[in-house]
Design a protein around this ligand. Structure first.
Ligand SMILES: [Zn+2]
Length: 239
């Protein structure tokens, strides 16, 4: 591939690189790596290069949750190279329907799955090319209405909140849980994911993971989730 690319006239090669960043070094799409897994089971194989928007189902969702998206949206924009904008827009697309292309609707709901403490991502995908389309993020309001839902330590509790918000966003962008049978006992268990030297799990680890530090709260882990999102972006158009 590289030799063929170099043999092309210079102006054509430059054009190809301009329209297909990331393809020069990866010849085939990848759907899993260390600490990440693409949500192919839900039809998502890639992340489209044009921008995605976060909007809100109502003003309560916006007031409670908008600030939680700043950190992961900045990471996706700057590190993955896919613009992800946190807007103030309200959107009333019903849960049964996919929102417009590349719109992610955030809901603030009490036990959206009927189970205590469980949030859910309803991810849509582009049926033409298998890229992430957007969808609905159903965040369980209990994390906020119950002051110590995750921890009696207030700062740690908020770190967990930030991480679960980012976890659900990761699903919409095309990440599945990267849990695997690390201890070889034949069962893939909760929190059974690769662990970093510092002891952190991928934020996408089920039921939750992420940095347990104030500076890392709400961030996709660089070596795991973020590497996966970068590969999903690189996959676009390769499949
Ligand atoms: Zn999950």
């Amino acid at each position: 591939m590289r030799a063929a690319r170099l043999a092309l006239p210079a102006i054509l090669a430059a054009l190809l690189l301009a329209v297909a960043p990331g393809r020069a070094t990866a010849a085939t799409p990848l759907y899993a790596g260390t600490g990440w897994k693409a949500w192919t089971a839900n039809g998502i194989y890639s992340l489209a290069p044009d921008s995605y928007k976060i909007v809100f189902a109502d003003s309560t969702a916006r007031t409670k949750l908008a600030s939680y998206y700043t950190t992961p949206a900045t990471q996706v924009t700057t590190s993955v190279g896919v613009p992800l904008t946190v807007t103030t827009t309200l959107d009333d697309t019903p849960l049964e329907s996919c929102p417009p292309r590349h719109v992610i609707v955030v809901h603030y709901l009490y036990r959206p799955t009927g189970r205590a403490g469980v949030s859910k991502a309803l991810a849509c995908h582009d049926t033409a090319d298998g890229s992430a389309w957007g969808g609905h993020l159903l965040m369980d309001s209990e994390y906020w209405t119950s002051l110590s839902w995750f921890s009696t330590n207030a700062s740690l509790n908020d770190i967990y909140r930030k991480n679960v918000v980012t976890h659900e966003l990761g699903h919409i962008l095309g990440l599945d849980h990267p849990n695997y049978d690390r201890d070889g006992d034949g069962t893939v268990e909760d929190f059974e994911c690769v662990v970093s030297d510092a002891g952190w799990l991928p934020v996408e680890c089920a039921p939750n993971g992420g940095y347990r530090s104030s500076t890392g709260a709400g961030k996709f882990l660089t070596a795991y989730d973020l590497a996966g999102l970068k590969q999903l972006a690189a996959n676009y158009g390769m499949g």
